[in-house]
Design a protein around this ligand. Sequence first.
Ligand SMILES: Nc1ncnc2c1ncn2[C@@H]1O[C@H](COP(=O)(O)OP(=O)(O)OP(=O)(O)O)[C@@H](O)[C@H]1O
Ligand SMILES: Cc1ncc(COP(=O)(O)O)c(N)n1
Length: 275
Amino acid sequence: MRGQVPQTVTIAGSDSGGGAGVQADLKTFQAREVFGTSIFVALTAQNTKGVQQSLPVPRSFIEAQFASLADDFHIHAAKTGMLYDQEHVQTVADCYQKHSFGPLTVDPVMIAKGGHSLLKEEAIQTIKKELLPQTYVLTPNLPEAEVLTGLKIKTKQEVKKAATTLQEMGAKNVIIKGGHLEGKEATDFVLMEDSSIFQLSAPRIQSKNTHGTGDTFSSCITAELAKKKPFKEAVFTAKAFIQGAIEEQIIVGSGHGPTNHWAKLSKNITVKEGF
Ligand SMILES: Nc1ncnc2c1ncn2[C@@H]1O[C@H](COP(=O)(O)OP(=O)(O)OP(=O)(O)O)[C@@H](O)[C@H]1O
Ligand SMILES: Cc1ncc(COP(=O)(O)O)c(N)n1
């Protein structure tokens, strides 16, 4: 029998199709052997073809979910995903300040791969003002990093500048994900709290089944942080986890299918220190 196990929470939106959002996060927590709990911020009617509808959860009910978890669990690390609009971001930021759930990973989800908006535009200011100062790890993809910083990111120097800007806004560690770039490798840029930088690369896999890659990556970081793994090791494990989950494809649905949360960690990861 196991004793106390590391406990985590995902504060995000439901994907009825099970490939992204809270469902992807809980599957990742399970695979990485931490106990996953959840706070629903929004609901989507969604499948591998796209998002058909979305709906916010009443803010008082978000507060109620925070209170229920705080009353009974020892949450060691948390993450956010789809936060819907300005009021919901504010509620999550206020609740997070009130209840201490450990290091917070913020995946600033804005637009689903299929193009459906998951965050209203006016919420971006609230994320910057209220959430980034509480953020231990920020994991934007390139377009999200551009929106948050107002910078155009094309060159390596621009990636570094954007990461530094996001750190100045309050995020302790910043990972700018390169999944949306082209080229033989999928490379993520990491700026750590102590200002050191490294890059993680893996062969880019040609696959249409990449629904929920960002959620899976950030929830794996959260799981490792809940186990008290050092930040750098947590990021490496997350990269190996998402690579395995894309490599060992499963076929579900007829559109952009989910990744495989049962897959083994991939060995195809390289770490390059500096820039
Ligand atoms: N085709 C691919 N092959 C290998 N790695 C990939 C591929 N696509 C994404 N990744 C990796 O998956 C992780 C998530 O990155 P991505 O840029 O897809 O995030 P995201 O856009 O936030 O995802 P999502 O749209 O699901 O929220 C990163 O480590 C990225 O390098
Ligand atoms: C509830 C929810 N959260 C996050 C995503 C982003 O995932 P993707 O960009 O792969 O569609 C999503 N589609 N739905």
